[in-house]
Design a protein around this ligand. Structure first.
Ligand code: WQD
Length: 335
């Protein structure tokens, strides 16, 4: 059974990917420093798959601990989620973001190179495109100056990986996520924002649950069909499955170059008001919301051209927006 290291494997996307890896027969080892996740997620994963992943409480900035891990564990590949990811927070605390997101990546790659671990999947983001000049967005759309240190760590991260693949046996795939939402159908794992949610869907579900008084819709004067901003919302389980397909591509040496990039989205855009209407429809809940000013740094619209992922990677989003929103609501009701 091939062993796969998942860093950040107790986080939102990481935990869903661990479940899919186990479903596919991989042995999963998780490194997570619990800075943005809880240890209870480990038991939740186990309750879904009946297989308990090996767990290591390691901070990837701890070089010695990372070296020790790779000396003691022979893994066939690494899926790297572990990173700080709050856009607003990164603006206030850039050095923490560069140290954590870039420092961890460098130490991880150094140990992979030293231990001949040659398959690497990187969690990147559509944020590297900024406001793309054309929609839908293809992988060769220009990568724009980052709107935040968080976005910059994704851009720089891709460059570091690309440079490393040129001088080592490491082959890598960067998956540029659009907007992951929803939760596993068991409602045992899902998005667990700490404090006031920054992202739209957790704020929607917390408003519906009465935890938040009302949702603020950031901006109603965008040049879109209804004035609110448009994003490509994809079910987190579809996103998790994309990691398995990408990993298998590397494990079977089907990659065309040593560093590949794929947009992972549905290819469809929905506005904030459309999300609200869909949520109310699938849940029967009435949502309190108000239209307020735009949020600093937000773009008008982003949705993926998924041709490359569909044709080259052999991956396509299967679950619908309604299924994703209902799964998010089912998850919220367990909290
Ligand atoms: C979506 C839309 C908001 C909250 C960011 C990162 C991206 C990824 C996902 C980490 C926007 C609007 C939101 C609210 C609102 N993060 N909104 N009221 O900004 O597209 O992407 O999160 O990997 O890298 O850039 O996602 O969910 O914050 O916002 O109106 O209370 O919802 O203005 O139009 P975003 P989001």
């Amino acid at each position: 059974m091939k062993k796969i290291l998942v860093t950040g494997g107790l986080g939102f996307i990481g935990s869903h990917t661990v479940v899919e890896l186990q479903n596919e027969g991989f042995e999963v080892l998780i490194i997570d420093d619990l800075s943005n996740s809880t240890i209870e997620v480990l038991d939740k994963i186990t309750s879904i798959t009946t297989i308990k992943p090996s767990y290591f409480n390691i901070d990837l900035k701890d070089k010695v601990a990372v070296q020790k891990f790779f000396k003691e564990n022979k893994v066939a590949g690494v899926i790297h989620f572990a990173a700080s990811k709050a856009v607003g927070e990164s603006v206030e605390r850039p050095l923490e973001y560069y140290e954590n997101n870039i420092g961890s990546l460098v130490y991880l790659l150094k140990e992979m190179k030293a231990n001949l671990v040659n398959n690497f999947i990187f969690s990147s983001s559509c944020t590297v495109y900024g406001q793309a000049d054309e929609l839908p967005i293809t992988e060769n759309a220009s990568v724009k100056p980052a709107e935040s240190p968080y976005g910059n760590t994704k851009k720089i991260g891709e460059e570091i990986i690309k440079d490393t693949t040129k001088v080592s046996e490491i082959t890598a795939i960067a998956l540029r996520y659009f907007n992951p939402i929803g939760a596993h159908k068991s409602a045992k794992i899902g998005e667990l924002p700490i404090g006031v949610p920054q992202n739209l869907i957790p704020f929607v579900t917390q408003t519906a649950a009465g935890i938040r008084k009302e949702l603020s819709v950031f901006g109603s004067d965008y040049p879109t069909s209804d004035g609110t901003a448009v994003r490509d919302y994809l079910h987190v389980v579809d996103l998790a499955k994309a990691h398995i397909v990408a990993l298998r591509r590397l494990l079977s040496n089907n990659n065309k170059t040593s560093f590949e990039v794929f947009n992972i989205g549905t290819g469809r855009g929905n506005s904030v008001l459309e999300i609200i209407k869909s949520f109310e429809k699938v849940t029967g809940k009435k949502l309190n919301y108000k239209l307020v000013d735009r949020r600093e740094g937000d773009i008008t619209a982003a949705y993926a051209d998924t041709t490359l992922a569909n044709n080259e990677l052999g991956w396509k989003a299967e679950l619908t927006l309604d299924e994703a929103l209902l799964s998010a609501w089912n998850w919220q009701q367990t909290l």
